[in-house]
Design a protein around this ligand. Structure first.
Ligand code: S3P
Length: 165
């Protein structure tokens, strides 16, 4: 078990990677992003993986990636893909889980064409909203801490406060 890890969860576009990178730098930890890991393991973009192999195979890749993290990763800030906690509810086994809770409206404001094109499950906004509603409950249930905020600096301050406790 690697209890020193901080795992950031939340819906697509909730700022996990942006916040994770800054947090890692400020806490002198490493930073990992499961989507980037999978893309480099597979040498393919997430959108290509979905297109070529489908979502089920992507979820298997996430499981393999998580197993590796659980076994071999320590002292790291880890941003996980938005679906990972849904398919891997034992996420807490790899570290402290922080849910970055942002409203769907704020997520939409942040998403530009490029960000949308990277995310196959955000192609249909109506379906993405339904997914968002279902997942909020799952993220909340699996989190050690929930940080509800739309401001990057305040979110970072709150996480640092939690880590000092
Ligand atoms: C997904 C979220 C994406 C990525 C994939 C599926 C999801 O990651 O893993 O497109 O199911 O919510 P981000 O949350 O980093 O966008």
């Amino acid at each position: 078990m690697s209890l020193n890890n901080i795992i950031l969860t939340g819906f697509m576009g909730s700022g996990k990677s942006t916040i994770g990178r800054i947090l890692a730098k400020e806490t002198k930890s490493y930073f990992l992003d499961t989507d980037i890991l999978i893309e480099s393991f597979e040498n393919m973009k997430i959108s290509e993986i979905f297109e070529k192999f489908g979502e089920d195979e992507f979820r298997n890749m996430e499981k393999r990636c998580f197993e590796w993290i659980k076994k071999d990763v320590q002292n790291t800030v880890i941003s996980v893909g938005g679906g990972l906690p849904v398919f891997i509810p034992e996420i807490k086994e790899a570290g402290k889980v922080i849910y970055l809770k942002v409203s769907f409206e704020d997520i939409l404001k942040r998403m530009n064409e490029e960000e949308l094109s990277k995310r196959p499950l955000f192609k249909d906004i109506k379906k993405a909203k339904e997914l968002f509603i279902k997942r909020d409950e799952i993220y909340s249930k699996l989190a050690d801490y929930i940080i509800e905020n739309r401001n990057l600096n305040i979110t970072l301050e709150k996480i640092k406060e939690l880590l000092c406790k």
